[in-house]
Write a protein that binds this ligand. Sequence first.
Ligand SMILES: CC(C)(COP(=O)(O)OP(=O)(O)OC[C@H]1O[C@@H](n2cnc3c(N)ncnc32)[C@H](O)[C@@H]1OP(=O)(O)O)[C@@H](O)C(=O)NCCC(=O)NCCS
Length: 308
Amino acid sequence: MSQSLDERHVLDVLERFPYWLHALRGASPGQVARYAASMLGGARWFSWPYDGPPAALVALQDAPWDSDKLGVKSARIYVAVPPGAHGGAAELVARTLATLDGEGYRYLVTRLDANDLQVVQLLEQAGFIVVDAILSQYVRPAEAPAPAAPADVAVRQVGADDGDALGVLAADAFTMSRFHSDPAIGVELGRAIYRDWGTNLAFGLNDVTLVAELDGAIAGFLSCKDMAGARSAYGFGYGRIELVAVAATKRGRGVVAALTARLFEDATARAWEVLGIGTQIANVRAIRAYQHVGFAPGDSIFTLRRRV
Ligand SMILES: CC(C)(COP(=O)(O)OP(=O)(O)OC[C@H]1O[C@@H](n2cnc3c(N)ncnc32)[C@H](O)[C@@H]1OP(=O)(O)O)[C@@H](O)C(=O)NCCC(=O)NCCS
């Protein structure tokens, strides 16, 4: 069973929860709680204790894209257990999972800050496995030097004609993800999912998608999304880079720098004061590429999933 909760109670728990995903450095607990709440619009809530004001929460959002790709009823969950509430966390998780199993959910995915290890371990005991670990890096473009874009790389906005090329590039380039690394999903389906994802970039999936050309062919792309809710919670815009790839034969030639230099210009136009990107911690090449253009580490998370 899930509960309808007073927004004030939700904000109260979120304000006491120190590990909300990708909380920006320097933001106050109240700002982070408002940002978190903005991401949880339409969520179903499970809380502990069952009677009285909540001390710990689970939020659930259906994941229709995952359901479609994986062929099973899927949802994202968010677990917020503030200090002092861990005594109820096991009961909260068990009750939530029993309800969701009964409703036919077969794939649940969640992300947790890497500091939130007590809850990571609790979910492992409840049948979740780690399928991904991500380092987030951030930059304030107005304060960073412009990346040194090589003259031979041309950058433009994506067009609908780019769909197939971006799909192929994404399928080939991405080898690590919560799909590729999931023994129940695997590389073949992971590639197909990234192919569709890449193709969709050409049809307005995100707010800014840039394409780089080198030697007369598409060499890479970068796609960035406006994080709705940041403006009201933090008082400034925040863009999150969702996908970046460079064709294997074009790596090491400054394509990331060229794409990022152009993104910094777009960031000014869109009032994105902060840009963020998440990279698998095993993907040292990507982490270094982003450090070269001014990004610095901000937070790290685990992705876990439970499949029944
Ligand atoms: C990540 C990616 C976009 C970077 O593009 P790139 O053209 O290779 O980037 P750069 O050449 O600018 O920088 C790569 C850095 O990693 C280093 N590097 C190269 N291979 C490496 C490896 N196997 N291990 C560690 N570092 C490596 C490079 O030397 C360079 O750092 P340095 O200049 O300090 O030596 C590209 O490799 C790619 O498309 N990878 C597959 C998709 C992907 O992982 N996307 C990012 C997800 S966030």
